[in-house]
Write a protein that binds this ligand. Structure first.
Ligand SMILES: [Zn+2]
Ligand SMILES: [Zn+2]
Length: 713
């Protein structure tokens, strides 16, 4: 018995059947007992039309209700066939009436019962699931669903339908065309899987093959340990033909590469090849080694086999991955690959898989035209946690496009300045400052983290680390800091050192980003080669991946630089809050009690001056807050910015007061809403939560505005 798709007119393997829980009915049918007037057994079925092919009724041998009937005969209504009542352990006493109809040609379990009891196999449908002569002339020519209706009607008429119950059960559908599968008796080729599975389970248990993410190993074991024989013949046109030949004269079968010269049975010399073809996966399971010249003992096989990594979707673990492992163990005697990486799927906004038949996939070429190939690739990696699915929207790709623009602008800045500054620093003339040690420390930390993420197949982590480093540290801070050196320094060694480090970080970042953004990184690498390398490589693909160097880690300096960055950020925050234009140079007074921190800020005041656009800066442990100054606090560092003479204090105060009254009125509404029990109890939980968060944010803003207004009084 195989799974038969009446539309595709082919057999399917168990894995090609999609099961779906559907509402249906359970029909209870009365079968008259032979020679006993008005005595019946009642059977329950979800497919009443199959009764036309029944060749027995079975009960459990321990079922006291029916013990006395074993060996009696019943008459199958409509076809009026006389069949025995048999006993079989398979029958579940609790299901339906405890009596089951047995249709060996149309049900896999009935087929097995049939073999045990030597029952006749009556096939009642043809390949299109149209009823044939065996179904009786009343039903011949109907499709199975028409026949079902007619059978039920006829049973009703004869008062042989006891009852009908609603019943939901899982129904198999063809994975290709979604037609309801018909279990069908037919001659097919099978592969015995248990012995193959045994070795394939072992190599995973022994850790020779690893699954990523590892949770898939359980899924693999579960399938392999319950594996069933594989139906490999298909009644379709395309595929490898089954290498079986039948003697035209006597019918003897030969399985061989080619038809034999002579029949060993009758000496006949005419043969016909089996018309069936192999399941496409039967060809595919040979893929890892057949692509390397197998069955010849090819060089490629010796050199590359087993391969390192197989990347594929979880949907074909059984169809393909497990079978490749089995085939490789059987035919080559080696594992086919060391690691299987199972990635997520791209879903549409309704969380559906993207499929040709649904037409719910954007055309990748359109997306690439609009955003760029690197933008698409980066965005997909950036937004897909290891092994998880990702919901695609066009806006997702904007992240990648913006990042690509950022990288391109940074590269242009680097190239222009590299052209303006001749030469590279001699090692003995390098002038390395705190910010340089900080960026080196960050670069090598990032190299370490990114390498680890790639090694562990956490590609989205690699993308996030690189994105944050390049955008928020290299571009936002380091390039801004060295810009001042390029434009204002007279010391060529300082300029060359900055040029060297700027190019180094750009070069290494490009190499690390290359797997995720291949085009832009190649382009940039080509353009910066003339400044920073005497390598003979012709492509970024030929240079080595950066290696983290402990000698380049400066944790102490990194901490210092981070403090300075925080202070600069705080000063910028005051400027923004108090509406102080950037062109307006301001003074800043910093109170810091701890000597260590004070020293750091004093030594590096030039960074604060450049990056926060501060004209003068006083740092001390006993400074007094100047009047009419704004304040910010970073850890235990207090920052004051005197505002008198910088901005129109009255005007600024009015602006802030207006803003405050608006915030207060919003806050009032918010509080009212949250005090309203109807709202809190009836609105969706997420909406109420949102309102609470809004209230908190408004409170914070209000406090801040009040403090800023106080600065001006
Ligand atoms: Zn089909
Ligand atoms: Zn023969």
């Amino acid at each position: 018995i195989i799974n038969w798709c009446p539309r595709c007119e082919t057999a399917l393997s168990d894995d090609e059947v999609d099961y779906e829980e559907l509402e249906s009915y359970l029909w209870y049918i009365k079968y008259p007992i032979k020679n006993k007037k008005n005595e019946f057994v009642v059977v329950a079925t979800t497919r009443p039309e199959t009764m036309l092919g029944d060749t027995a009724v079975a009960v459990n041998p321990n079922d006291k209700r029916y013990k006395h009937l074993i060996g009696e005969k019943v008459i199958i209504p409509l076809v009026e066939r006389e069949v025995p009542i048999i006993s079989d352990d398979y029958v579940d006493k609790e299901f339906g009436t405890g009596c089951v109809k047995v249709t060996p040609a149309h049900d896999p379990n009935d087929f097995k019962i049939g073999l045990r009891h030597n029952l006749e196999q009556v096939l009642i449908m043809d390949e299109k699931a149209v009823m044939n002569r065996n179904a009786g002339i009343d039903y011949e020519g109907m499709n199975r669903f028409e026949c079902r209706e007619k059978v039920v009607e006829d049973l009703k008429e004869r008062k042989l339908l006891e009852k009908v119950e609603k019943y939901s059960h899982s129904i198999g559908h063809c994975y290709r065309c979604h037609t309801v599968i018909e279990p069908y008796l037919s001659n097919q080729w099978f592969v015995k899987m248990k012995p193959l599975a045994k070795k394939a389970i072992e190599v995973v248990k022994e850790g020779k093959i690893k699954f990523q993410p590892p949770r898939w190993e359980k899924v693999y074991y579960n399938w392999m340990e319950n594996i069933r024989d594989w139906c490999i013949s298909r009644q379709i046109w395309w595929g490898h033909r089954i290498p079986a030949y039948y003697c035209d004269n006597c019918g003897k079968m030969f399985v061989a590469k080619q038809a034999p010269d002579k029949c060993t049975e009758c000496n006949g010399n005419k043969f016909t090849q089996d018309p069936d073809v192999l399941d496409t996966w039967f060809s595919s399971w040979l893929w890892p080694f057949s692509t390397m010249g197998w069955p010849e003992r090819a060089k490629e096989l010796d050199y590359f086999y087993p391969t390192d990594l197989l990347v594929t979707a979880p949907g074909i673990i059984f169809f393909w991955v497990a079978r490749m492992i089995m085939a490789s163990m059987e035919f080559v005697g080696k594992i086919p690959f060391k690691t299987v990486f199972l990635h997520g799927m791209v879903l549409d906004e309704q969380m559906r898989k993207m499929e040709k038949s649904l037409g719910n996939s954007p055309d990748p070429i359109d997306v690439i035209e609009k955003f760029g190939a690197d933008a698409l690739r980066f965005s997909m990696v950036f937004n897909t946690p290891k092994g998880n699915d990702v919901v695609y929207t066009d806006s997702l790709v904007e992240t990648g496009r913006n990042f690509a623009n950022k990288i391109w602008n940074a590269a242009r800045f680097a190239i222009t300045n590299s052209e303006n500054i001749a030469g590279m620093p001699e090692p003995e003339n390098m002038k390395i400052d705190l910010a340089d040690r900080w960026i080196l420390h960050r670069l090598h930390t990032v190299i370490y983290d990114v390498s680890k993420a790639y090694d562990e197949y956490r590609f989205n982590d690699a993308a996030h680390i690189l994105y944050n480093f390049f955008w928020n540290e290299y571009c936002a801070w380091y390039l801004e800091i060295i810009k001042d050196r390029f434009y204002h320094s007279d010391d060529i060694s300082i300029k060359r050192t900055a040029k060297y480090l700027m190019l180094k970080v750009l070069d290494y970042s490009a190499r690390m980003l290359h797997p995720i953004m291949p085009f832009i990184t190649e382009e940039i690498w080509q353009r910066i080669q003339k400044f920073c390398s005497d390598s003979t490589a012709e492509s970024i693909m030929q240079v080595s991946f950066p290696v983290a160097d402990k000698e380049q880690l400066f944790p102490e300096d990194a901490r210092k630089m981070e403090l300075i960055i925080k202070v600069i950020t705080a000063i910028r925050g005051i400027r923004k809050d108090m509406n102080v234009p950037l062109r307006e140079k301001v003074e800043t007074v910093i109170k810091v009690v701890k000597g260590g921190k004070r020293l750091i800020l004093q030594d590096n005041r030039h960074y604060i001056k450049i990056m926060a656009k501060v004209s003068d800066i006083y740092i001390g442990d006993d400074v007094v807050k100047p009047s009419k100054s704004a304040t910010a606090v970073v850890d235990d560092v207090e920052i004051y910015m005197p505002l008198a003479g910088i901005i129109d204090l009255e005007k600024e105060r009015d602006r802030l007061l207006k803003k405050l009254s608006k915030v207060e009125s919003n806050l009032n509404n918010c509080v009212k809403k949250l005090n309203n029990k109807d709202f809190v109890n009836n609105a969706p939980q997420s909406v109420v939560q949102e309102e609470r968060e809004r209230k908190e944010n408004l409170e914070i803003t209000s406090e801040k505005l009040k403090a800023n207004i106080a600065f001006l009084e």
